[in-house]
Design a binder for this molecule. Structure first.
Ligand code: HEC
Length: 260
């Protein structure tokens, strides 16, 4: 049967967050709560790896610079021993390693005493976990004991760039899709807030490469990360609110949220 176009669209007036049925609400809610947990874990992980890169808790521009650009005034091993590896050895042992590094990291002293310290404190991970430098090899210790002029390698940046873009755009897509069913929000604002995270995501990844080349771009990483977190947080809260709180107000929302 051929229907009048406008009629068939208005029949979809149940298509909005307060009105959709319990199955769809449960699906959306489980998804939102799970990515919420993921976001908390991701923040913790960022704080623990990048956040501690300069040895102080909290994410700063210096952290981004050390992670992507490197720190030519310091060796990576010293930065880490004052940062995310701080709790891996006693203060005395850390000091011994740092002194050795500052004295030029000679093989002689390595054989004399540093190797024992490193074997005791570090190689349980740094010889077993793939991707970490293997500290049973003197060359690999030597490499992280040199001033860090490079920061993140192009290979590792390429790998994390594409994983980051593919994985996170899924999160933004579903989060934005759910939010698109919200009601009472101006169209221009919806358009802005569902598209902006993708824009920030590309800027974020691009800024890692820029920061690797020039430390002056580290602020871009912070701004873009803040940008997509803020947009996602707004859509996340609005979606949950409209699914679970709005229907309690005893109004009947007869709106097709996808109709333009
Ligand atoms: C419990 C496991 C574990 C132990 C023990 C450990 N590390 Fe690590 N280390 C890691 C992990 C995981 C990373 C990668 C994440 C990071 O950079 O914080 C890492 C990264 C590093 C890096 C940076 C490597 C790179 O190429 O970016 C250095 C340097 C380092 N550790 C030094 C040490 C030293 C020195 C010790 C001993 C005092 C030590 N670690 C003990 C797990 C460990």
């Amino acid at each position: 049967m051929i229907q009048n176009k406008n009629e068939s669209i208005s029949e979809l007036n149940w298509l909005n967050l307060p009105n959709i049925n319990l199955t769809v609400k449960s699906l959306f809610t489980s998804y939102l709560l799970t990515i919420g947990l993921g976001a908390i874990l991701a923040s913790a992980q960022i704080l623990m790896t990048h956040g501690m890169a300069d040895g102080e808790l909290g994410l700063s521009v210096d952290d981004i610079v050390y992670s992507y650009h490197g720190d030519p005034t310091n060796s990576k091993i010293e930065t880490k021993l004052n940062g995310s590896m701080k709790d891996k050895a006693s203060d005395a042992d850390r000091l011994e390693i740092i002194k050795w590094v500052r004295d030029g990291a000679s093989e002689e002293q390595w054989n004399e005493k540093i190797r024992d310290i490193v074997y005791t404190n570090c190689i349980s991970c740094h010889s077993t976990i793939p991707g970490l430098p293997d500290f049973t090899q003197f060359e690999e210790v030597k490499r992280v004991a040199k001033a860090d002029h490079d920061g993140a390698s192009a290979t590792s940046l390429t790998r994390i760039s594409h994983i980051h873009i593919f994985a996170i755009s899924f999160i933004f897509f579903f989060n934005g899709m759910i939010f698109s069913l919200s009601i009472g929000i101006k169209q221009w604002f919806k358009v802005l807030i569902v598209s902006a995270p993708f824009f920030f995501l590309c800027i974020d990844v691009f800024s890692w490469w820029l920061t690797k080349i020039d430390a002056g771009y580290a602020w871009l990483t912070i701004i873009s990360g803040f940008g997509y977190s803020a947009c996602s947080a707004v859509t996340w809260f609005v979606s949950l609110y409209q699914m679970w709180v709005l229907p309690r107000k005893d109004k009947n929302y007869k709106i097709n949220s996808w109709e333009s």
